[in-house]
Every structure is written in structure tokens, then in C-alpha cells.
Design a protein around this ligand. Structure first.
Ligand code: UTP
Length: 395
């Protein structure tokens, strides 16, 4: 697609200037990197997602989602859902899907976030242990699909190998990579990474669906008899992976999307799960219109169950890009390595909800189910996550 001569024509003056100081080899390398890039599309993305961005409430009538509250369930209801969930897990109707392709820039842990450990137990191991316990209880195997990205794929696999897959059967774990997309300076300029290659970054956790489709994993799941895909992220240290009560609710309702939520605290940094004209939506906290911080009662904690057939069909449809501003390592105009504010373009996995027709929501207790590890210090940090693990007798 693009070549070196096209740069100035598309306002990529920064890279065009740096080109004049590059060796032939470096130029050839950059030419290869640019080959897959459509510069016109990059300009449009920059204008749409950054220059002309507007924070607007979703269109239509906005309302709270209907929820079933876990703590209000009778013992009979809870136990019957649990049985339903366990039965479905037993016969192989569930797969676990983990999003672990993020850059974890705020935590700044050297290595994939899943390798961060509390008392020598990594976040990956915390989740693997739960799945293994459930497999043993149900006398079955649970397929585990783990999304990585270019920045952490090899290291993630190495880590699993080093720890013998935490006793998981290697053939039941599938690692797959999400796509990358270019990152830009606030002026819309393409950048070079510390190795002098075109700077790209994972395209957001919404890249998961195109990656599953491209790698044929929906077919793999179908062949294994998987009807429901349980999705969670890497950094909630209290996640109950494949919580049987939650699984039971998805089986009972047969909803396209079943979601776990918590009641958000005042102005909390979690997306808000709402209904907009009878479609479930998440308004990400970074995009909450002013005045809406405390309007809705359900916070998104990244735990959802999808019908496989719904996801497979919806994966072919487009998802929009959102803006994320992160501190990324890059070369400055003198080829010195620097960390600078950079525009990242991210798809959000919950934007797929717009293609769903049926929804179910379970509101759960934050103290036993939600403590995200996002920052080194302060809120949602190493200290708060550690305390939550101790309080819940996990450590
Ligand atoms: P976050 O939005 O917290 O992003 O990810 P992050 O990259 O982990 O951390 P920061 O913002 O740079 O500090 C929520 C979940 O989505 C996954 C993450 O791995 C995490 O499980 N994710 C995020 C991906 O899988 N791919 C992405 O491109 C982005």
C-alpha cells in the first residue's frame, strides 16, 4: 500500500524528515512496515477519533439495566442456577476466554500483566487454579482461550511453559494474537518505536472478535460442543472464572449477552452498563458525558457470557475505534528513545452488544468479586488488590 514517497502527500512530515537521516537498510525496513498501511485511512482515523471527537451520551432513551441481584436470591434460586451451570460445564458447553493483550501501561510491570505475582502466585495462575478446580469437580476439561498481542505473546507462552501450564493440559489452552494498529503523535504523525520500526500497538480488547474469527477458533469451539463463551479480563484479582451461578443464568436465559455488574461508587472509573433504546450498552468511564457519572446503578467489571453463535455472526460486523492516550516509548526527532503521550486507537469489546437482541444482568457484591489491578499505587493498585485477596482468604 503506502510507500516512502507517499509520506509528505499525507502530511506525515515527521517521518519524512527522519527518513533523510536513515541508512538504506533502515529505509527498506520502514518501507516494508508501511506496505500494509493505508495513509488515507490513518488520516481519517486521526480526524474522526481525535480532532473531531465529541463526548456525547448514547442516542435514544437511557435507562438502568434490569438486574437480578445475587445477594437477594433465595438459597433455592441460587442453588438451582448453580446446578444448571455445573451441568452445562460438565457436558462441555462452556469455554473460558481471557483478554490479556493489553499493555498495562499504568501498572508498568516488566512483562505481561498476567505474570504479576502476589506471594509468588501470578494473575495467570490465580485464574488457572480456579478452572482446574472446576474441571476436577465436573470431571471434565474446560478449554481456555487466551488472547495476547504482539507485545506480550512470546513472553506469555514462555511463562506458561516455565510453570508447566500450572498443571493445565497444554492442549486445552489456546493462545491467539489480536491485531495491531498504528499509534500517532497528538499532531497525527506516524512514529517509530525504540527499534526504529513503525510504532504500532494492540487495537484494543475489541480486537478479540476479529482475532477469534481469523484464527478459526469459533469453529474449534463449535466442534468441541461449546455453546457459551465466558469472557473476563486479566486484572480483576477477585474474578470467579466460570462462576456456576452466573453460567446457570446464561443457560437459563439463553441471552446473547449475560453480564455481571457491581454498583459503582461515586464517580468510579468503571464503565456504566445501561440500556439505550432497549439495547444493552457500556459507556466507558473515559467517555462518560459530564453529569452522568452517578446516574446509573451498574458498573462494568469485564465479565460476560456470550452465546457462541451470536458472537460468531456478530464478529463479521464493524466496531468503532475509540481514543486512548497512553505514555508509549518511541524515538524523538533526534532518534533518542523517549516516553511520550501517544494517541492509541482502541476497539472496545462491549461495542459488540449493539448486535445482540437479548440480555441478562447479574449484579454482584464488589467486596467479594471486584478488585482490579490497574495502578502501581493509590486506587485499584497493588496494595488494594493484595488487601482484597487477603480479605477474601485467597492469599
Ligand atoms: P485496560 O483497559 O485496563 O488496559 O484493559 P491495559 O492495557 O491492560 O492497561 P493500561 O490502560 O495500559 O494501564 C482491560 C483488559 O483488556 C485487555 C487487558 O489485557 C485487560 O485484560 N486488553 C486491553 C487487551 O486484551 N487488548 C488491548 O488492546 C487492550
Amino acid at each position: 500500500m503506502a510507500n516512502l514517497q507517499d509520506l509528505t502527500q499525507h502530511n506525515q512530515f515527521a517521518l519524512a524528515d527522519m527518513l533523510t537521516m536513515m541508512s538504506e537498510d533502515e529505509k527498506n525496513q520502514l518501507a516494508l512496515d508501511l506496505d500494509g498501511i493505508n495513509l488515507e485511512e490513518v488520516e481519517t482515523l486521526y480526524n474522526d477519533v481525535y480532532v473531531n471527537r465529541q463526548v456525547e451520551a448514547p442516542a435514544g432513551h437511557l435507562a438502568d439495566v434490569d438486574v437480578e441481584v445475587k445477594s437477594d436470591m433465595t438459597e433455592e434460586r441460587r442453588s438451582s442456577l448453580e446446578q444448571l451451570g455445573l451441568e452445562a460445564i460438565k457436558v462441555g458447553r462452556f469455554a473460558a476466554l481471557l483478554m490479556a493483550g493489553g499493555q498495562g501501561t499504568r501498572l508498568a510491570h516488566p512483562g505481561p500483566k498476567g505474570t504479576f505475582s502476589f506471594n509468588d502466585i501470578s494473575l495467570f495462575e490465580l485464574q488457572a487454579k480456579q478452572l482446574l478446580k472446576l474441571s476436577a469437580e465436573c470431571n471434565t476439561t474446560i478449554p481456555w482461550f487466551i488472547m495476547t498481542s504482539d507485545i506480550n505473546h512470546d513472553e506469555t507462552i514462555e511463562f506458561f511453559k516455565t510453570y508447566q501450564y500450572f498443571n493445565y493440559d497444554e492442549k486445552d489452552i489456546t493462545f491467539f494474537k489480536q491485531p495491531n494498529i498504528v499509534a500517532l503523535s497528538p499532531e497525527g504523525q506516524l512514529l517509530l518505536n525504540a527499534q526504529g520500526r513503525l510504532l504500532t500497538a494492540p487495537n484494543g480488547n475489541g480486537g478479540i472478535y476479529e482475532a477469534l474469527a481469523a484464527t478459526g477458533l469459533y469453529q474449534t469451539m463449535k466442534k468441541r460442543g461449546v455453546d457459551f463463551i465466558y469472557l473476563n479480563n486479566i486484572d480483576n484479582v477477585l474474578v470467579k472464572v466460570l462462576d456456576p451461578v452466573f453460567c446457570g443464568l446464561a443457560v437459563e436465559s439463553e441471552a446473547d449477552v449475560t453480564t455481571k455488574t457491581i454498583k459503582p461508587l461515586n464517580g468510579e472509573s468503571v464503565g456504566r452498563v445501561i440500556m439505550a433504546d432497549n439495547k444493552k450498552q457500556v459507556m466507558e468511564y473515559t467517555e462518560l458525558p459530564e453529569g452522568m457519572e452517578n446516574q446509573f446503578d451498574n458498573g462494568n467489571i469485564g465479565i460476560h457470557i456470550f452465546r457462541r453463535d451470536f458472537l460468531e455472526e456478530a464478529s463479521a460486523k464493524a466496531l468503532p475505534y475509540h481514543l486512548a492516550i497512553k505514555n508509549l516509548e518511541q524515538l524523538d526527532e533526534d532518534f533518542a528513545i523517549q516516553k511520550k503521550e501517544t494517541l492509541k486507537f482502541e476497539k472496545f469489546y462491549f461495542d459488540i452488544f449493539r448486535y445482540a437482541d437479548s440480555f441478562k444482568t447479574l449484579q454482584v457484591d464488589r467486596t467479594s468479586e471486584f478488585s482490579p489491578l490497574k495502578n502501581k499505587e493509590g486506587k485499584d493498585s497493588i496494595e488494594t488488590a493484595h488487601q482484597a485477596l487477603v480479605d477474601n482468604h485467597i492469599l
